[in-house]
Design a protein around this ligand. Structure first.
Ligand code: AN0
Ligand code: CP
Length: 316
């Protein structure tokens, strides 16, 4: 594997899952693989889980790790070519990328959608510049359109907890005060569509995701109907994708909050969320604190997915 930005970069998902469970069982089985290799983790946006779990994964593989929060302490970066740099940006990303790459063997990048330009977001302008100019393997730690390390951890979590071969998995939109990217939802859908699970997406009208991510999934606008018989409820907020509302909040309707009454419609489903989660917006205290909530186990699996991916990139 040269780079890791989406599910397609993994050539065999069932083999990758087997490798992931092997690493989960024995995290130190490749503890010398990354000796004298350096991972650079670059954050254009905040993070708790991705930062800690990816660093831990690299440490389990014997790597050295450098972390840079680009917006805190580094020079502000211009990202567009041709701009007269007479404003507040002191450095261009076209110099910064090869310079940073010269200090490491592997680069992880977190760069969210900016909601300034839908085409630029969906063309993955920032991530693609790293792939083009770093000359080193690059992996996504959540890009404008996807969060593959999260989705891989989500898949591992479902495999860990499922009690039937083909569980019903429901991705449900839930309210949030701010405009959030579609990345987590897009990516989750993309990975679920690679499995043979029964996969349903539910959201209010106007929150349709891009068709390349929805693919053959069933879209059900009635949330209660979608929840019926579900084995896993995966909640997430996202902002609108379709024009002219790209990146806008169309609803903060708390009748979409995941509560115990809705969970009672399911097949005693497990509750999942990538975190960070806003309680009593996305999910009630009662549901997230219930024994069926597996959000912490899900977050713990972020070490496993990151380690499986970094291992593949090191073997390249
Ligand atoms: C981010 C998002 O929705 O993409 C990160 C989630 C892992 N969430 C927030 O900004 C709250
Ligand atoms: N789930 C996730 O990626 O969390 P962070 O934003 O805290 O890294």
């Amino acid at each position: 594997m040269k780079h890791f930005t989406c599910v397609k970069d993994i050539d065999n998902l069932s083999t990758a899952l087997e490798e992931a469970f092997e690493l989960k069982q024995n995290p130190f089985m490749y503890e010398t693989l990354g000796k004298n290799k350096t991972l650079l983790m670059l954050f254009f946006n905040s993070s708790l889980r991705t930062r800690l779990s990816t660093q831990k994964a690299a440490m389990n593989l014997g790597m050295n790790v450098i972390v840079l929060d680009v917006n805190q302490g580094a020079w502000k970066l211009e990202t567009k070519r041709g701009v007269v740099m007479d404003g507040d940006k002191a450095e261009h990303i076209l110099e910064a990328i090869p310079v940073m790459a010269s200090y490491c063997d592997l680069i992880g990048v977190r760069s969210f959608a900016r909601f300034e330009n839908k085409i630029e977001d969906y063309e993955e302008m920032i991530l693609q510049q790293f792939i083009q100019y770093a000359g080193k393997p690059v992996f996504s730690m959540e890009s404008a359109t996807r969060h593959p390390l999260q989705s891989f951890a989500d898949l591992i979590t479902i495999e860990q907890f499922k009690t039937k071969e083909r569980p019903k998995v429901v991705l449900t939109w839930a309210p949030h005060p701010n405009a959030l990217p579609q990345a987590v939802a897009n990516s989750f859908a993309e990975w679920m569509n690679e499995t043979d699970y029964e996969f349903v997406i539910t959201h209010p009208e106007g929150y349709e995701l891009a068709p390349q991510f929805v693919q053959q999934a069933r879209v059900e606008y009635n949330q209660r109907k979608a929840f019926e018989g579900a084995d896993f409820i995966y909640a997430k907020n996202w902002s609108a994708y379709n024009d002219p509302n790209y990146g806008k909040v169309l609803s903060r309707d708390r009748s979409w909050t995941v509560d115990s009454a809705k969970m009672a419609l399911t097949n005693n489903a497990y509750f999942m969320h990538c975190l960070p989660v806003r309680r009593n917006m996305i999910v009630t205290d009662e549901v997230i604190e219930s024994p069926r909530s597996i959000v912490v186990a899900e977050a713990a699996n972020r070490v496993v997915s990151a380690q499986a991916v970094i291992k593949k990139l090191l073997f390249n």
